[in-house]
Design a binder for this molecule. Structure first.
Ligand code: PBG
Length: 325
C-alpha cells in the first residue's frame, strides 16, 4: 500500500494528458488590436513593438484580408488622426480614420467582429482620456464627447464599442446614445477594470497618446487594488455594459478570476503592449521559446477565466494554431 497519491499517472502520455486537460485556447478566442493612421501610405513598423504596424488604409485592407484568412474572429481598432484639438473633433468625424477603417474592414470581411477603442487621448493635444480644464481632467464634460465618438463608430458599422477612458458614467452615456439611434445590435465592451499601468509604455508611442502633463492615476485604477475592481465592474454592469474587460492581463490574472466569479457577463482580458514587447525582445535575443511562452500565457488567461483575449500575438498564435492541426 502506498501512503501517497500518484499524480504522475495521468501525465504519463500525451493522450492521457490531453484527455484530462482542463483549459485550452484557440484562434477563436483571439482579437487583434490594429493601428490605423490618417494620411499614411503603406505601413510602418512600431519600433518598440516588432511585428506591429501603423497602417495606411490600403495596407489596412490587405491586413484585414490576411487576418480573415488566418481565422482570427475579431479586431480592435485604434486611430491616429492627422489633427488634434481641444474638442477632439477627429474622434467623432464621420470621415475620421477609425470610421473609414471600420467601413473598409466590413467591406473586406462582413463577418469580422469589428471592435473600436473609444477614447479621447489620441485626439487632443493634452494626451489625456478626457477634457482638461485648469490642469484637471473633468469627468462629466468628457462624457458627451465619448458618447458621440462611440455613436459615430456604431453608425460607421462597428459591432462592438470599447470605451477605455475610465471616466465615470461613460457606459450609461454610450448606452443611451445607442438606444436613441436604435443601434440595438452594437455591443459595449467596457474596459471596466483598467489599471494605471507601466505596461502601456510601448502603446503610447504607437498611438501618439502619451499625456503631455501628469499621468492617468486620477482616472485609471491603482494596481494595488482588487476590491475596487468589483465596484468598477458593478457600476458598468448596472449602466448597461454587455462585456467586461480586465487590463492589463499578465499581472492581473487574479482580478480576471474575481470578475469571472462575480459576474455572469463575458469577460475579456487585454494582453497589452509591454507584455508583448517583453516577449518579443527576449525571443529576438534567443532567451526564450516564443511559441511556448505565448501558448502558456494564452492558456493562463483562459484558466484565469477570460472568454476572449485581446493580444498583439494573435497572428503568430493563429499560425501556430493552424500548424498544430
Ligand atoms: C487609450 C488606451 C491605452 C491602451 C488602450 N487604450 C493607453 C493608455 O490608457 O494609456 C493600452 C494598450 C496597450 O498598452 O497595449 N486610453
Amino acid at each position: 500500500m502506498n501512503s501517497f497519491v500518484r499524480h504522475r499517472t495521468l501525465r504519463s502520455s500525451e493522450g492521457l494528458r490531453s484527455l484530462v486537460r482542463e483549459h485550452a485556447w484557440s484562434v477563436k478566442d483571439l482579437v487583434l488590436p490594429l493601428f490605423v493612421q490618417e494620411g499614411l501610405k503603406g505601413k510602418e513598423e512600431i519600433s518598440a513593438m516588432p511585428g506591429i504596424y501603423h497602417f495606411g488604409l490600403d495596407e489596412f485592407r490587405r491586413e484585414i484580408h490576411e487576418i480573415s484568412q488566418l481565422g482570427i474572429p475579431g479586431i480592435l481598432l485604434f486611430g491616429i488622426p492627422g489633427h488634434k484639438d481641444d474638442q477632439c473633433t477627429s474622434a467623432y468625424d464621420e470621415n475620421g480614420i477609425v470610421q473609414q477603417a471600420i467601413r473598409v474592414a466590413k467591406q473586406e470581411n462582413p463577418d469580422l467582429v469589428v471592435m473600436t477603442d473609444v477614447c479621447l487621448c489620441q485626439y487632443n493635444p493634452t494626451g489625456h482620456c478626457g477634457i482638461v480644464r485648469d490642469g484637471k481632467i473633468v469627468n462629466d464634460e468628457s462624457l458627451t464627447l465619448i458618447a458621440k465618438t462611440a455613436l459615430s463608430h456604431a453608425l460607421a458599422g462597428a459591432d462592438v464599442v470599447a470605451p477605455s477612458d475610465m471616466m465615470d458614467g461613460r457606459i450609461a452615456a454610450i448606452r443611451s446614445a445607442l438606444e436613441e439611434h436604435q443601434l440595438h445590435d452594437v455591443a459595449i465592451l467596457s474596459y471596466a477594470v483598467k489599471y494605471a499601468s507601466a505596461f502601456y509604455g510601448p502603446f503610447r508611442e504607437a498611438a501618439h497618446s502619451a499625456p503631455a502633463f501628469g499621468d492617468r492615476r486620477t482616472y485609471q485604477m491603482d494596481p494595488a487594488n482588487s476590491r475596487e475592481a468589483l465596484r468598477e465592474a458593478m457600476s458598468d454592469v448596472e449602466e448597461g455594459a454587455d462585456m467586461l474587460m480586465v487590463k492589463p492581463a499578465l499581472s492581473y490574472m487574479d482580478v480576471t478570476r474575481t470578475i469571472r466569479d462575480s459576474f455572469d457577463l463575458p469577460v475579456a482580458t487585454y494582453n497589452v503592449s509591454a507584455e508583448y514587447s517583453m516577449v518579443k525582445a527576449a525571443a529576438q535575443r534567443g532567451w526564450i521559446d516564443e511559441r511556448a511562452i505565448v501558448s502558456e500565457m494564452l492558456v493562463s488567461f483562459k484558466r484565469a477565466g477570460a472568454d476572449f483575449i485581446i493580444t498583439y500575438h494573435a497572428k503568430d498564435a493563429a499560425v501556430w494554431w493552424k500548424q498544430q492541426g
